[in-house]
Design a binder for this molecule. Structure first.
Ligand SMILES: [Zn+2]
Length: 339
């Protein structure tokens, strides 16, 4: 066994056999923002053999305060987070495999992404994806680890289908849009990100090495500024829960009509194409150069028009910054991407 892991192998709960299990595991990371960057770094250093990282966004300077995998040059180049994460992990641990996917998670692709993974870590910033993830993981009997952080407050729960309550047992309905604070409205400090992600990754390692008796089995809540730490033990699964009690997968089964979303922490809107698409970025850039200054890398095309900045990915998704009105964003999308 590689000496790289010697200190971890000395830890008896992991040992040689646990290390082998980590090396033979595949973990799916949904989102590679603040929580996801730390998930990826800790799991890569621990020697989890295969990481599949999915993220829809690119690196910006506002991310650098808390998203540990990224550096100034990634923000300057607007590298997609999935790519910047893969590049950085290759420098940290070149012995593991990283599959990076630039995509928006939705009901048409999530089941394909989770099927061959041992475990899923939640690093997303929105409830829509979490409820979808909960449906998909209960349906496919995959363990997932919920985590969220905003301001100085964070929460996490480990969800093992058939054994623990699921997300919907605890939070039956998704909060109404605009009812919960977001990084955009309340800000966020890095120590709470580190706290939540540390508990999530510790749970992940326990599960991967098979030490289920050491799981915390609660809804953990922390406020790192107010020094408030809570460990709420759920009573058990709710037999009326739509997802794990009745096996009605509403989020998975409803044909999504939502092709746009206001992004957390950003003065920005994301528009997705109505059906899967693949753009030739060179042709797109050439056309757009006739009307504005265009910057391009291997993964995206970017242009600044009037007061907003438009970033278009190969899958025909666009992130429009400088705007929070979805219908205005849609018309900009139609004008420049034309799908
Ligand atoms: Zn449930």
């Amino acid at each position: 066994m590689n000496e790289r892991y010697s200190r971890q192998i000395l830890f008896p709960e992991i040992g040689k056999s646990g290390q082998e299990k980590l090396l033979n595991s595949r973990v799916l990371l949904i989102g590679c923002g603040a929580l996801g960057a730390l998930h990826a770094e800790m799991l890569a250093r621990a020697g989890v053999g295969r990481l599949r990282i999915i993220d829809r966004d690119f690196v910006e300077f506002t991310n650098l305060q808390r998203q540990t995998l990224y550096k100034e040059s990634d923000a300057a180049e607007r590298l997609p987070k999935a790519i910047a994460a893969k590049n950085r992990i290759a420098e940290i641990n070149s012995e593991i495999e990283v599959e990076s996917i630039i995509a928006d998670i939705n009901n048409s692709n999530i089941e394909g992404f989770i099927k061959d993974c041992d475990l899923v870590l939640d690093g997303t910033d929105n409830f829509q994806v979490r409820y979808l993830l909960n449906d998909a993981c209960v349906k496919h009997n995959k363990t997932w680890i919920y985590g969220a952080a905003v301001s100085s407050y964070g929460t996490t729960m480990t969800i093992i289908p058939g054994e623990t309550p699921c997300l919907r047992c605890i939070f039956e309905e998704m909060p109404d849009a605009g009812s919960s604070p977001t990084c955009d409205t309340a800000g966020v400090i890095m120590p709470i990100i580190a706290t939540v992600s540390a508990v999530q990754v510790a749970e992940a390692i326990k599960i991967l090495v098979g030490d289920f008796k050491s799981l915390h089995r609660s809804l953990m809540q922390f406020d790192i500024w107010q020094n408030d730490w809570r460990n709420i033990k759920p009573k058990g699964s709710n037999p009326d829960c739509k997802t794990c009690g009745q096996h009605i997968y509403e989020f998975l089964d409803t044909e999504s009509q939502e092709f746009s979303a206001v992004l957390c922490g950003r003065d920005a809107v994301q528009i997705s194409p109505p059906k899967p698409a693949s753009l030739d970025l060179n042709i797109l850039a050439e056309n757009l150069r006739k009307i504005a200054e265009v910057k391009q890398n291997e993964y995206l095309v970017r242009l600044v028009v009037d007061d907003y900045e438009l970033t278009i990915f190969r899958d025909a998704r666009a992130i429009i910054r400088g705007i929070d009105d979805i219908s205005a964003a849609r018309s900009i999308y139609a004008k420049f991407v034309g799908i």
